[in-house]
Design a binder for this molecule. Structure first.
Ligand code: PLP
Length: 402
């Protein structure tokens, strides 16, 4: 018999990442979740099939699994832990953050509806919003990442507000309580991509947000070694998201689920390090004579510092800044870095660096790129789990070279 815990909700994310809410008994009493590599699950007799189907049609569960696209034991355990960490009734896992974003939107969007997005958002989300949704007859507004701008954009047919918080790359933090208030007044669903915050730093569901999404590729997985996404919320809403997930089959495999669950075991420890490293490095960069400007919500200079301090426990390890100088000088700085790998992504064990215009916006016309702030000297670093002294020394030596 699996042991029941008295009141797991009192536990903090670090503990929930290891134990979840309800302990599930594994084969052989294994401490780690087994990787169940199978695409389908057999029945012994046609009577078993009949009983299973009948129970299912009545909304009852007499056994969990039937076919790989509909679920897998390793995936189910990972979903239970993710839900526990987020404080959600249910989590639905996807094969990437983008499949979580798009399939969650497809679950809740309505023909002739209107969706409000905030402008400083992940490039692929922006492309889906700006280029694809119109094809489905959905109206889209891309507004400044503030509750006031969202409120102004509400129309009679608005049915979803979708925002990131913090946003990417400027780390704008929305006043989520104010966004929820506007949404509830107008009976609009709120979906927050909280990838950059994680459930360690912000609790959107506790603030009344309807649905939370994470690219689990980032801090939740935490080791730059997997792709996954997760959508979380009430059982009722997640039932609808699950229908989309099982139909399309954008599910992570059992090995990815295992790696993600393993990542959750060090989630609390890693986030403490990421938060501390982010703040120290942001302060160092802000005081450096060769840096023009830094965006980090933990700095008083950040436009959303006040609301970030109120709503968040920490600010993560992404720091965005402008190098004083042009494209060539910025590239010289990046090329001189020894520890930071030149690659997109964030939230893993290795520190990463991205020159934003080149890595994420290369195929946009220069004029548009500049309009949305992707100047040549805009750099985003995502600090990993290395010693902070080494990370700072590396930045300093690279800046010394320009
Ligand atoms: N949302 C945010 C905020 C991101 O930064 C990213 C990726 O960088 C995604 C979604 C997409 O996640 P994935 O790469 O796992 O599809």
């Amino acid at each position: 018999m699996a042991k029941k815990t008295s009141d797991p909700r009192k536990w903090k994310p670090a503990t929930l990442g290891i134990h979840g809410v309800d302990r599930v008994e594994h084969a052989h009493f294994a401490v780690s979740t087994p990787i169940v590599h199978t695409s389908n699950y057999y029945f012994n007799t046609t009577q078993e099939v009949y009983d299973f189907m009948k129970a299912k049609s009545e909304g009852k569960v007499i056994r969990e699994h039937e076919y790989g696209r509909y679920g897998n034991p390793t995936q189910a355990e990972c979903e239970r832990k993710l839900a526990a960490v987020e404080g959600a009734e249910r989590a639905v896992l996807f094969s990437s953050g983008m499949s979580a974003v798009i399939l969650t939107l497809m679950t809740f969007m309505r023909r002739d509806g209107h969706i409000i997005f905030t402008s400083d958002c992940y490039r692929q989300t922006r492309d889906f919003a700006s280029n694809l949704l119109a094809e489905f007859g959905i109206e889209v507004s891309l507004v400044d990442p503030t509750a006031e701008a969202i409120e102004k954009a509400i129309k009679p047919n608005t049915n979803i507000i979708f925002t990131e918080s913090p946003t990417n790359p400027y780390l704008r933090c929305l006043d989520l309580a104010a966004v929820v208030k506007v949404a509830k007044q107008h009976k609009v669903k709120t979906i927050i991509d909280a990838t950059l915050a994680t459930p360690f730093n912000i609790r959107p569901l506790d603030m009344g947000v309807d649905v939370v999404i994470h690219s689990a590729t980032k801090y939740l997985g935490g080791h730059n070694d997997l792709l996954a996404g997760v959508t979380l919320g009430s059982d009722k809403l997640m039932n609808d998201v699950y229908r989309m997930q099982r139909m399309i089959g954008a599910t992570p495999g059992p090995l990815t689920s295992f790696l993600l669950e393993r990542g959750l075991k060090t989630f609390g420890l890693r986030m403490k390090h990421h938060n501390e490293a982010g703040l120290v490095v942001a302060k160092m960069l802000e005081s450096h004579p060769k840096i023009e400007k830094v965006w980090y919500p933990g700095l008083p200079s950040h436009p959303d510092h006040k609301i970030a301090m109120e709503q968040m426990k920490g600010f993560g390890s992404v720091v965005t800044f402008l190098v004083k100088g042009d494209d060539a000088r910025t590239r010289k700085f990046i090329d001189a870095l020894e520890l930071y790998l030149i690659t997109p992504s964030l939230g893993g064990s290795e520190s990463l660096v991205t020159q934003m215009w080149m890595m994420s916006f290369f195929d946009y016309p220069e004029e548009y790129r500049k309009k949305i702030g992707m100047s040549d000297n805009l750099v985003r670093i995502a600090l990993g789990l290395e010693d902070v002294d080494d990370l700072i020394a590396d930045l300093q030596q690279a800046l010394d070279k320009i």
